[in-house]
Each structure stands twice: as C-alpha cells, then as structure tokens.
Design a protein around this ligand. Structure first.
Ligand code: ADP
Ligand code: ZN
Length: 615
C-alpha cells in the first residue's frame, strides 16, 4: 500500500497536510529530517504513518510521560500496534510491552529519554528499527524554554541505531533553536521541513487590562459548554479568578503547584474528559494537555515571553476549528515577572538580561496596534502573510487590530498624545508613581499635588477627555517602547521619563499608540461551529451535541479521552453530512476502518434519531 492509501485506511484522511508527505518519504527512504510544524500541524502522523507501513519498528522519544498513554491510545484507535515504556508503567503491562517487542509485533514504541538512555532496549530493537523520532526536539536547546539535560545525551543512544533514520520534531523553533537541534541530535545531511508558524484558525486579541474578571467573563460567556484555559500569574490570582468564575456559574477549577497532587490530577482529568469546561491555572498547567477542542485560551496576566505566549495560547484549536486567544496586558505584570526572577537565587546576570528582552518583546506584542498574526509570525523569523502578498483592507480578519477592535492613533495624534503623557512624567521629575501622573493628566488634584503646585501646570488635566483607562494604557505603551521607565530604587515603583522620551518630546523618534475602541462583539455562543461547516443548521448543532455525549460515554467506558475516540471535526462532519451507512461513514474525515467498525453503528443510530446505550 502507498502512504496515501495507508492514510485513508487507518486515519480516514484523503490528503496530507503540508510537509507530512515529505517527512514520511524522508523517513521511508532512510533520510534524517527536521520537522517544524505549528501545533495542530499534524506532526504525529509524520512518524506514525511510517510505522503503519509494516516495514519495521518506529521509536518515538517524548519527554511528556503524561501524554504518552494518550498518544498510544490514539495510535491504537487508528489500528496500530503501539506501546509505551516509561517510569509510571506497572509491572504486568511492562512485561506485555517487552513481550511484544521480543515477538516483533510492535509497530510504534514511545519511550521517555531516561528509559532509552538506560540502555537495555538497544539490542531488543536495533534490528527492526527503521525510524527514531525525537518529539519536542527544542528540549535539546538552551535557547528553547524547556531545556532538558537528558535530551543532550540522546545522540549517544541514537548512535546505537546507525541504520535507522532520525526525525526531529518541534512546534516552536526560532532559527537559533533549529541550528541547535541539528547539531545536538547529530542529524546526518538532514532534509529541513520548516512549516509556516501561523495558526490561521486562532483569533488573537490583546487588550489593556482594566477589569480582569469582567474581561475574562466576556470571552468565557461566548463559549458556554466549551473548553477553555485561563492563565494567571500567581497562585493568588488563580484562586481569585477561579472563585469568581465559579460564582458566575461557570464549570471551572483552579490549578497550580500549591494544590495537592490529587486535586491537580482531578482537575486535569476532568478537563481532558470534558467533565469540566474551564481550568484557571498558572503555567504549571498544560504540558500534559492534548485536548484538541480547547476553544479559547485567556491570559489574564501577561506571559513571560512571546515563546511562552505562543506555546500556551497554542493549546487552543488544535483540531483546526476556530478558537480565540486573548491577552490582558498590564505593564505591572512585567514588573512582577522581574521581581519573581530576582527571588530566584540561580538567576545569572546574563539570564536576567535575556528575561528583560523577552519581557520587552511580549510587551511590544501586547500594545502595538499592529496585526497580531503578523507580529507573532515575524517573531519566529517567518514572513507574514506566508505568500508575501499583503492583505487588503480587512487584514488577517482574525485579530483585534484587523477586526477594528483596537485602533492605532494616526501618527500625528500619536506623537501629540505621547508628548502630553511624557511631559507630565517629566514634570513629576521621576519622584512619583504611575497613579500620580495619571491623576495629573486627568486633572484630579490631591494634597500632595497642590503642595507641589502641580495643579497649576499646563499638563494638569490635559488628557481629561481621554479617560483613565486610555491614559493608563498609553503609559504602558510608552513603557514598552522605552520612552518611560519604572524604577524600583525606592520603596515604591516610580515612573520616569527616559532619554529616548526626552528626545521624542523634541520630535526625535517615532511612536505608536493604540486604543481599544470596542469590546469583542457577540454575547451569544460563538458561531465557530457553523463557520467551520457551511450550511450547518441549529438542528445539526443539536445533533453534534448528541454525538458528543455518546462519544463521552464511549470514552468513559474505554478509559480514554473523548478526543482520542474521535475529533470534534469528525463529529461536526457527521452531523452535517448525515451518512446513512458504514460505507458512507468511511468518507468522513477521521473515520478510518477501525473507527467505523468500533463506533459506526452507534453514530448511525444517533443520526437515525435513536438514543443508543453505550455498554
Ligand atoms: P501536532 O502534534 O502537530 O500538534 P497532531 O499530530 O496532534 O498535531 O495533529 C493535529 C490534528 O490534525 C489531529 O486531530 C490529527 O488527527 C489531524 N490530522 C493530522 N493529519 C491530518 C491530515 N492529513 N488530514 C486531516 N487531519 C489531519
Ligand atoms: Zn490581523
């Protein structure tokens, strides 16, 4: 069978996604390759399909033990003989895995790096191994943000399989990280398969934070009954937000490193198995989450870097259906990150400088009134749009700027506004905090201001019309553009104009200022589903929900996650197309032969208006 035929038979797909075919061909011809594809790009198929060809064993090294069992389950659903070896495995199943290996029946084997480095597998698999795939390959790099020392030793292990092709895969890799991967894994004249990092199905928004819970709820309310993740900076933030959401009747739970292991495990399990809609979490949550129908990710605080943002927001919409990513920005979050880093006794001066640059980058991302898709993609060194043809008036159509929810001030107005804010800070001589400067610009006197005679200044009340949220946001925007700085030399953070700021007041330099003009529209349930499947009606949507319920029951019974049974996209297509026979079901994307055999009859019953019992 050809790879194309295997794709249809096992996975029920009739076309490859970009670069999948190239990766599979490289593997089958024994050539090394590096695959960089965004989340949802279909990386797993690149090594799973060669395993399904029946030509030998494929080994997958993955650092995420929590995900391995899910991936094994998903591969088995596609009809592969898949196993995993990691430290959480009990004795009996482990014996089974070794027996399969000895019998030569295993097609796909997941291992943790430690497990592979232990060495006892080498002789058992060397003969049959055609491909060694290293997933999350950015972990070899110091530049990546999840450096794993044991990944650096993988080459020792890979060298034991000289005949097997090597495939390194990752979602996030700047050019520096790519070079590191090639060198550290000693890829031999590798083929470079670098996809475009854009995620067109994600709608990115970045707004100044004004009322955290209110802004979070705006997004949550658009997605009743759908999965979402809310990231917050500290445990306290997490607890507070989770409590507020609960009070509002949202199915939600907190998740952070301070909770006991049992509570964390429950939150994660409930979320993955769709018994829970929303998890409010610190970044400790997410590494082990492969739920593919997460419809939104909200950052209630500013993340630490653009890389973190890309990775965390990337957990939305893995299934390719529309999803939202909203970031609520405040410059004070950046100060908190700096403060938290300072408490870390291991931080070197070099690392602190790097952190500073990362914070500036994420700040710029959040406040520039520029297409967010473009900003993100360019950060990772790729052109935007991918084909180089500039978008028209409507822009990407999938970010707050292009949707007209955030407007950039015209250049003359931006510079004029910036000068007003800067001169207020200048007049305050760096002796006061942000609040003082805000009050000065809004014309709200207090005793100290009067004593200083600042209420007599020309800048007093100069931005009264604009209102407090705008003025605060402009100050933040000027901070990330280095025209203002927050100093922490005294007990309180003080706002001070920089040399660049003084230059700008003398018309030397350029500035960009933006302003949110309207809240993201739509109180009702998102139209995501309908947009994804044209002609999708309300009754189709009801059908989709019924199919979802049956899927959940099937998953519960089998002890696997619902998305492992099959993806939302597959259920959507079934609800829209309404196939009447098992043969017709085979034409649905994602319904391979094994799935049709296992679940086909139940799905057809739902379509026929019956209420099938899952037993
Ligand atoms: P990644 O690991 O790159 O984030 P996955 O391997 O999880 O991506 O795949 C993302 C989704 O795309 C999965 O739902 C998968 O079933 C689906 N997929 C993979 N290959 C194809 C294809 N050729 N056609 C349609 N869907 C695909
Ligand atoms: Zn845009």
């Amino acid at each position: 069978m050809t790879p194309q035929e295997i794709l249809k038979k096992h996975w029920g797909y009739s076309a490859f996604k970009p670069l999948q075919k190239e990766a599979i061909e490289a593997a089958l011809s024994g050539r090394d390759c590096l695959v960089v594809l965004p989340t949802g790009g279909g990386k797993s198929l690149c090594y799973q399909l060669p395993a399904a060809m029946g030509k030998g064993l494929v080994l997958v090294v993955s650092p995420l033990i929590a995900l391995m069992d899910d991936q094994v389950a998903a591969a088995r659903e596609a009809g592969l003989a898949a196993d995993a070896l990691h430290s959480n495995l009990k004795v009996a199943p482990k014996r089974e895995v070794y027996k399969n290996l000895a019998d030569g029946t295993t097609q796909l084997l997941y291992v943790s790096p430690e497990r592979l480095l232990a060495g006892d597998l080498f002789d058992l698999i060397a003969e049959r191994l055609i491909l060694a795939a290293v997933d999350e390959a950015h972990c070899v790099s110091h530049w990546g943000h999840e450096f794993r020392p044991e990944y650096r030793r993988l080459t020792e292990a890979l060298d034991r399989f000289p005949k097997a092709a090597r495939m390194a895969l990752t979602a996030t890799a700047t050019p520096a990280v790519q070079r590191d991967i090639l060198a550290q894994l000693a890829l031999r004249s590798p083929e470079l398969l670098i996809g475009h990092p854009d995620r067109p199905n994600l709608i990115y928004r970045a707004f100044p934070r004004r009322d955290q819970i209110k802004q979070v709820l705006e997004t949550v309310r658009r997605h009743p009954g759908e999965g979402g993740i809310v990231y917050a900076q500290t445990r306290k933030d997490v607890e507070r937000l989770a409590a507020s959401l609960k009070k509002e009747g949202v199915s939600s739970a907190p998740y952070h490193a301070g909770l006991n292991a049992e509570d964390r495990r429950k939150a994660q399990d409930d979320f993955v198995n769709e018994r829970l809609d929303v998890v409010v979490a610190t970044i400790a949550f997410g590494m082990g989450i492969d739920r593919s129908n997460v419809r939104y990710v909200i950052h209630a605080n500013t993340p630490r870097s653009v890389e973190h943002y890309q990775q965390e927001s990337g957990r939305a919409g893995r299934d390719g259906l529309p999803a939202e990513c909203t970031l609520l920005f405040s410059a004070s979050d950046l100060a908190t990150h700096r403060w938290l880093a300072k408490k870390d006794i291991y931080i070197t001066a070099e690392r602190a400088r790097a952190l500073d640059n990362q914070l500036k980058d994420i700040g710029r991302y959040a406040v520039s009134p520029v297409c967010r898709h473009g900003l993100l993609v360019e950060h990772f060194g790729a052109p935007y749009p991918a084909d180089g043809v500039p978008h028209g008036e409507e822009g990407c159509g999938a970010c707050d700027v292009c949707l007209g929810e955030t407007k950039g001030l015209p250049p003359e107005e931006a510079i004029l506004t910036a000068k007003k804010v800067l001169s207020a800070a200048w007049r305050a001589e760096g002796r006061y905090g942000t609040g003082y400067v805000v009050n000065l610009l809004l014309g709200r006197p207090n005793d100290r201001m009067t004593a200083n005679g600042h209420d007599q200044l020309k800048v007093f009340g100069l931005l009264q019309e604009a209102g407090e949220p705008a003025v605060r946001s402009w100050i933040d925007q000027l901070i990330v553009q280095d025209y203002l700085e927050v100093t922490e030399e005294s007990e309180y953070p003080l706002l001070r104009i920089t040399q660049a700021g003084r230059d700008l007041c003398q018309d030397k330099g350029e500035v960009r200022l933006g302003l949110p003009v309207q809240a993201a529209k739509g109180k009702k349930k998102s139209k995501a589903l309908r947009n994804a499947a044209p002609g999708f009606t309300e009754s189709d949507e009801a059908l989709f929900e019924k199919l979802r319920a049956v899927r959940r029951a099937l998953a519960d019974k089998a002890g696997i996650a619902p998305y492992v049974v099959c993806q939302d996209t597959t259920l959507l297509e079934i609800a829209a197309v309404k196939p009447a026979t098992p043969e017709a079901l085979l034409d649905i994307k994602g319904m391979g032969e094994k799935r049709v055999k296992k679940y086909g009859a139940l799905f057809l019953d739902v379509l026929a208006g019956k209420n099938p019992a899952v037993e």
